[in-house]
Structure formats: structure tokens, C-alpha cells
Design a binder for this molecule. Structure first.
Ligand code: C2E
Ligand code: CA
Ligand code: CA
Length: 759
């Protein structure tokens, strides 16, 4: 799982990283700049100072050298040294004047180095004699720095050359007092000047350079090709400056840290604020999602991106809700009536059971608009639709207050109403709903028609205690209504419950038999009544049952149709039929086998595929087979019926109209269909003595003749029925008079002609 980090935290983190990096970098940069600048400045200062000192020394030294030189060059000096006159008087005062107040003192020595005129100096005596001896030995200028116990003094011994003798007659010794020159400069405490006679050549370490700056320079004076030099090293303590720089850096760092801290706090506040506002936006949108109206919350309206987000989110969510509402309406509403659809009804039912708990008490109504088919056929589908619409409106107006009404399918409605308590009260309420439902339909004709309803009722929790069972119960009650027509309103009761249970048991048995391929196909002969000749057989399914012997197809076929078991059953029976066909037809040449098509399969256009699939790979077709469909199927969609019939005929079969004359006859359409045979319904045969039935039979025979169709009667049990049919012109028949439906092995034992003893 991804860990959640708050926006604030993220902003702070990013901020810290950014500012931290920035601070670190600037810290390093600034430190470097400050250090370099300080040290560079320092260096320049030291250098400058040294230059000044050097210049002063330069002047003073050259002055001293040239004065000494001048004195040494004076003929008087050499004369005096040679022992001539005026040496004390003149030379003494001259030297004294030169030495007065100057940083240098001059002394005179004779050619052997013995003092001649001395000055008041603190110079180390050994140093003097050494430099003197050096000059005497070389006969040239010699210098050295005396750094004895006292201040540093530059010593220089000059030979005084006699003009007459051309060789030194004595020596002038210059004492150049370094400190005397420096007095003018008053070196600051942190500066230290080192005077050397040769350059020190020291390389200060980097570390020491951090704390002291050293600059060096030299001054030189020339005398007769000899150089007198002094070297200086000015060092300055800089660690206090470094300390200053370091302090500055620390201060800056502190400043930065302080800024960082403040910035961090700002980032935190900013982040918190953003988080809070986003949180509000989130809550707001959730609120809208949950209730479609954010009651307490308002969108963020600040003029920034979050505000904009909040507002557009609100719009988006509202649109989405609208869209959802529309979708919801579309999937939960019936277009024609504007009522909720069955899906909405089922949800409402589930909700009612869930929310009202054990105390729930209500009725589920299944309402059928009985005469819609008649309206459709009489006035067309458009008027039929109007009738449905009006039926919805009528029910909505008449059903008791607080009902929930939906359109369940074409001509069926469902409703939930409160249970008034007694059955009488309930029936009274519903009678009011179904009576006097006169409506006008048709734009031009303004036909007044009476809507007829049947209502099946189941009560919760009396009849069932769950959603599925109460729907089954209401459906069963309505079924009972339709089937028995004993009343227009039927409440679910024990008897209906038994049929429901029976239906369930039969479904289980059918399933088991299908799995075992346990259904039989029996064959009932069709005979030519005039001579007893067998002309065909009708295949009839038989359902063996250990408890009941055989269960009637009239009972189990509709159940198999309802439970979608009919498809598989038909497939199994067709396989058997194809299998038996050759056996029967070789025993009874020229006979045809009839097979009943399930009404449901034919109406739903599913039979053709099963019939074709059953043929499979085999190079077979349905030659010699007659498919029986009931007359009502012809009344369905003309084009679909025609196409299906033609396709079935294409497979080699013929078509027979079963139970002809019994249903809602569309005799006029008969000519349009590719039919081969009419089968007169047994009801006309059974009560042949009614003149109306006799007329009916004659009529059917007439139609069959004029359309060139075969004609056969079924349910013939007696000789008189047979006679009547022959008289009416119907010669073929099927009935117990000749044989019941028989298993294959018994069929095969039948003679070609069934001869009957006359009663
Ligand atoms: P149906 O197609 O009208 O079949 C004729 C019914 O009348 C058969 O009942 C038959 O046994 C019965 N019957 C024949 N002669 C007489 C007679 O002289 N007197 C009386 N009272 N009845 C006679 P069954 O076999 O019980 O079939 C009932 C209905 O079940 C059939 O009516 C047919 O609609 C359906 N059915 C039967 N077999 C199949 C089948 O294989 N597939 C489909 N889809 N439906 C079948
Ligand atoms: Ca039949
Ligand atoms: Ca029949």
C-alpha cells in the first residue's frame, strides 16, 4: 500500500531540500569569497606597508652610503689617517656632524683597523672587528648585519684610498641603525619586521599563512661596484582577521538558518492551508456524490487554482449525477407508460422486505390486461399501445394510495400495495380497480373500449416470506386467473400453492428424465375411415413416472416450456423420430409421421434451429414428416411465421394445422401459408350432434378442399362420429376408435389395415 504523506510534508521536504542546497552552496561560496577577499586585502596591506618601509630604508641607506663614501673620498680623511695635520680638529667635527641625529653613525679606523675616530654606538665589537678584518683582507667594501644583543645594525666597512699611495690608508665603518629608520613608522603591534643580510628563503606553511601574512623586500646601495643590501620580511598576524571572517561566516550561517526556519514554517503553513482547502474540496465533492446537495459545505471560491478546481469539480459531479439520474431513469422506466419497469419493481420489493423487516405486510399484484390482443387485432398496434398507456394511467389512478406500480411486460403490470388486512377488504379494493375501465383510444376513430384486467395477488408474509417466492405466488395466482377464468381477481391460496409445488416437482422430474433420455415417443395411427388403411402416425411424447405411470404432456409440456427444458426435450424427441422413421415407413410404406412443435419454440422462432441442428452432419432431411403447429401460431407475426414455415418445408417436412377451428381463427390468412393439412379439433368431433359443430366441420372441409389441403379429424372414438365425418367429406381420422398411441414395438405389430367390428 502506498503510504500517504500530507501535502504540507511534501512541500516542506521539497522546500528544505531546495533551501538547504541553496544555503549550503551560498555558505561555501560566501565563505570562500570572504576569506579570499580578506586575505587578499591583507596581503595588499602588508605589501604596501613594506613598500613604504623599503622606500624609507632605500633613501636612508643610500644617503648613509653616499655620505660615508663622500667622507672616505675626502683627501682630508686620507691625509689625516696618514698622520698629517688637522685630523682631530677637522675630521672629528666633520664626522660628528655627519653622525648627528642620523640613523647612521660613521667611525674611522686606521689601515690596521685601529680606531681613529669613534662614535657612540652599541654595536657588537666582535662584529665590527670581523667586518673590518674582512675589508682589510680584501681591500674592498664589506658589509654585514649585526644582530647581537641589541637592535639590528648594518655594518659596512669602506676602505679609504690614499691618493698618493694608491692603497687604503684607513677604513670608514658605517653603523646603520635599522630601528632608527623604523621609528618613523611605529609598526602596529601585529606587525613584525625582520631584517636580514641574506634573504631567508623560507616558505611559510599554508596553515601559518592563514594566520600570518609575510611580505619580503630588499634595499641595495652601490659603492665602487660592491653592493650593500638589506632584506626585510614584514609579517603581520592575520588570525584576528580570519577570526573576523569566520565570525562573519558564522553570522551569515545563523542568518541563513533563521531564514530557513522561517521559510520552513511558511512552507508548513502554506502546505497546511492547501491541504485544508483540498480536504474541504474533497469533502465537498463527497457530499455532492452522496446526496447531490452539499448541505453544510460550500465550494472553495478563492480566486486560485484550488478554487477553480473546486468549482469545476462541483459542476462535473452535478453533471455526472444528472447523467446518472438519466441513465437510472432510462434503465428503470418503461418508455410507453412512463411507469417504473419490472427491474425497478423488483428492487423496490427487495428494499421493502429489507427495510420493513419481519413486520412487513403488503400485497404483490400481477395484473394482466386481458383483451390487449383483441384491441391489437381489431385496431392495430398503435391503438394497442394507447390502450396500454391508458391502462397504466387507469391503474395508477385506481390503486390505493401509496402503491408502487410498474409495467412488467407487454400487457402485464405489477404493483405493491399495503395489505388492508382481510381478504374481503382486499378484493373490494381490487374490484374497484378493475371495474368500469372504459377508455377512448384511436386518434381518428375515438373508439371507446373497456379494458379488462385479471389480477393475481400474493400477500407478504402470509403467502411467502421472500422476494422470489412472493413473485412466484403472485404469478401463480394470475396464472390461475387466466386458466380458470373463475374470477377476475384471485388471491393466492393453498390450492394454487399446490399447483406451484406440483410445477416445481415436475420440473425436477423432467430434468432427471432428460438427463436419462427417459422420454418415450409413442405413435398413434391415422386411418382412412373408409377402409381402415393406416395412412400415417402422430408421434406423441410419453413421460413415464414411477408414481403416476404416465404424466400427461398437456401438463408437463407447458412446464417444460416455462423452465426452458423444451428445447432439449424437442431435440431428443426429434432424434428418436428420425431414428424410428425408416423402421415405421418400411413396415407401412407411404405413411407419414406427424410431430408436434412446441408453441413456445415456434413463437420464439427457435424451432427451426433445433430441427436443423438435429439433422446435423447426416445427409438426412425431414422427408415423410409432418410438423403440427396449432392454429394460434398463424396469428402471430405474419412475415416471421411465413419465413419459418418456408424454412421448415425447405428441410423436407410438411405442415399441418393442429386443433383447427378451436382457436381464434384467421381463416382469411390460411391461403397465405404453405400448409399441407388441416386437423379438425377433437371438440367438434366429440359433440358432433350439435348442428353448429356439424356446420363447422363441413365449413372446414370446404376450405380444405378449396385450398387443396388434406383434411383429418382427431379424437374419433365412436362409429357415429366416424359416420358423421365421412358424411361431411372428411375421410381420414385419428382416435381411440382405431388405436391409442403405442410404443414402437407395438406399432410394428399392427396390420396395414385396422378393421373394426361394427357396434
Ligand atoms: P394433440 O396434438 O391434439 O394430440 C392429440 C391428443 O389427443 C393426444 O393426447 C392423444 O393421445 C389424444 N387422443 C387421441 N385420440 C383420442 C381419442 O379418441 N379420445 C381422446 N379423448 N383423446 C385422444 P396426448 O398424447 O396426451 O397429448 C396431448 C397434447 O400434448 C397433444 O395434443 C399435443 O398438443 C401435446 N403433445 C403431445 N406430444 C407432444 C410432443 O411430442 N411434442 C409437443 N410439443 N407436444 C406434444
Ligand atoms: Ca397434435
Ligand atoms: Ca390436436
Amino acid at each position: 500500500m502506498q503510504r500517504q504523506t500530507s501535502l504540507t510534508h511534501q512541500i516542506q521536504k521539497a522546500f528544505k531540500k531546495l533551501i538547504g542546497g541553496f544555503v549550503a552552496l551560498s555558505f561555501i561560496l560566501m565563505s570562500t569569497v570572504i576569506a579570499v577577499a580578506t586575505l587578499y586585502n591583507q596581503e595588499r596591506e602588508t605589501q604596501k606597508y613594506l613598500e613604504l618601509i623599503t622606500a624609507a630604508f632605500d633613501i636612508e641607506l643610500n644617503n648613509a652610503i653616499s655620505q660615508t663614501d663622500l667622507l672616505a673620498d675626502t683627501p682630508l680623511a686620507s691625509l689625516a689617517l696618514e698622520g698629517s695635520v688637522g685630523r682631530d680638529v677637522y675630521l672629528n667635527s666633520l664626522v660628528r656632524e655627519i653622525n648627528n641625529g642620523r640613523p647612521h653613525k660613521i667611525e674611522l679606523y686606521d689601515f690596521k683597523g685601529r680606531p681613529f675616530i669613534s662614535a657612540n654606538t652599541t654595536t657588537d665589537k666582535t662584529d665590527i672587528s670581523e667586518v673590518l678584518q674582512d675589508a682589510i683582507q680584501n681591500g674592498a667594501l664589506r658589509s654585514r648585519l649585526s644582530t647581537g644583543r641589541y637592535d639590528p645594525i648594518l655594518l659596512a666597512a669602506f676602505p679609504i684610498i690614499s691618493a698618493r699611495q694608491g692603497k687604503p690608508t684607513g677604513y670608514a665603518v658605517l653603523h646603520f641603525e635599522v630601528n632608527h629608520v623604523l621609528e618613523h613608522f611605529q609598526l602596529p603591534k601585529d606587525m613584525n619586521l625582520k631584517v636580514l643580510d641574506t634573504p631567508s628563503g623560507e616558505n611559510p606553511s599554508i596553515l601559518s599563512q592563514l594566520f600570518t601574512r609575510t611580505a619580503s623586500s630588499s634595499v641595495r646601495a652601490q659603492h665602487q661596484g660592491h653592493t650593500v643590501a638589506l632584506h626585510f620580511e614584514l609579517s603581520e598576524r592575520t588570525w584576528d582577521n580570519s577570526l573576523f571572517a569566520f565570525g562573519m561566516i558564522l553570522l551569515l550561517a545563523a542568518g541563513f538558518l533563521l531564514t530557513l526556519e522561517r521559510a520552513n514554517r511558511w512552507a508548513a503553513n502554506f502546505g497546511d492551508r492547501i491541504s485544508e482547502r483540498l480536504g474541504n474540496v474533497l469533502r465537498f465533492s463527497r457530499e455532492i456524490l452522496a446526496s447531490d446537495k452539499a448541505k453544510d459545505l460550500k465550494p472553495d471560491t478563492e480566486p486560485d487554482e484550488i478554487g477553480a478546481l473546486s468549482i469545476s469539480l462541483e459542476e462535473l459531479l452535478r453533471k455526472e449525477r444528472n447523467y446518472e439520474q438519466k441513465l437510472f431513469n432510462a434503465s428503470y422506466t418503461d418508455d410507453l407508460t412512463g411507469l417504473p419497469n419490472y427491474r425497478a419493481f423488483k428492487e423496490k420489493l427487495a428494499e421493502r422486505i429489507a427495510s420493513e423487516g419481519p413486520g412487513a405486510s403488503f400485497c404483490v399484484l400481477f395484473i394482466d390486461l386481458i383483451n390487449l390482443k383483441g384491441v391489437n387485432e381489431a385496431y392495430g398496434y398503435e391503438v394497442g399501445d394507447q390502450a396500454i398507456h391508458k391502462a397504466g394511467a387507469h391503474l395508477a389512478a385506481r390503486l390505493p394510495e401509496g402503491h408502487f406500480l410498474c409495467r412488467r411486460s407487454a400487457d402485464e403490470f405489477s404493483a405493491l400495495i399495503d395489505d388492508p388486512g382481510s381478504s374481503e377488504a382486499l378484493i373490494q379494493q381490487l374490484d374497484r380497480v378493475i371495474t368500469d375501465a372504459k377508455v377512448s383510444v384511436g386518434h381518428t376513430t375515438r373508439t371507446i373500449t373497456t379494458l379488462q384486467f385479471s389480477i393475481g395477488v400474493a400477500r407478504y408474509p402470509k403467502d411467502a416470506t421472500n422476494e422470489r417466492d412472493i413473485l412466484i405466488a403472485a404469478g401463480a395466482a394470475l396464472q390461475e386467473c387466466k386458466k380458470t377464468r373463475r374470477s377476475r381477481v384471485i388471491l393466492f391460496d393453498e390450492r394454487i400453492q399446490k399447483t406451484v409445488i406440483r410445477k416445481y416437482i415436475l420440473q425436477q422430474k423432467i430434468k432427471k428424465l432428460l438427463d436419462e433420455h427417459g422420454f418415450f415417443l409413442y405413435y398413434q395411427p391415422k386411418v382412412d375411415m373408409r377402409n381402415g388403411q393406416i395412412v400415417g402416425f402422430e408421434a406423441l411424447v410419453r413421460m413415464p413416472d414411477p408414481d403416476e405411470g404416465f404424466i400427461s404432456p398437456e401438463e408437463f409440456i407447458p412446464i417444460a416450456e416455462e423452465a426452458n427444458q423444451i428445447e432439449y426435450l424437442t431435440e431428443q424427441l426429434l432424434q428418436r423420430l428420425l431414428h424410428d422413421r425408416d423402421t415405421i415407413q418400411s413396415k407401412f410404406p407411404g405413411t407419414k409421421l406427424s410431430f408436434n412443435i412446441s408453441t413456445r419454440l415456434f413463437n420464439e422462432n427457435r424451432f427451426l434451429k433445433i430441427a436443423a441442428d438435429t439433422l446435423g452432419e447426416a445427409q438426412e432431411d425431414y422427408t415423410g414428416i409432418v410438423f403440427e403447429i396449432t392454429e394460434t401460431e398463424l396469428a402471430q407475426n405474419l412475415q416471421v411465421t411465413l419465413t419459418q414455415l418456408s424454412a421448415i418445408i425447405g428441410l423436407g417436412a410438411e405442415i399441418s394445422i393442429d386443433d383447427f377451428g378451436k382457436g381464434y381463427s384467421s381463416l382469411s390468412r390460411l391461403a397465405d401459408f404453405p400448409v399441407h393439412e388441416l386437423k379438425i379439433d377433437a371438440s367438434f368431433v366429440r359433440s358432433y350432434d350439435l348442428t353448429s359443430n356439424d356446420k363447422m366441420i363441413r365449413g372446414i372441409v370446404g376450405i380444405a378442399r378449396s385450398l387443396g389441403l388434406e383434411i383429418i379429424a382427431e379424437g374419433v372414438e365412436t362409429k357415429s362420429q366416424e359416420d358423421m365425418l365421412i358424411l361431411a367429406g372428411c375421410f381420414k381420422a385419428q382416435g381411440w376408435r382405431y388405436a391409442k398411441a403405442l410404443p414402437l414395438h407395438e406399432v410394428l405389430r399392427l396390420p396395414g389395415k385396422i378393421t373394426l367390428r361394427d357396434e
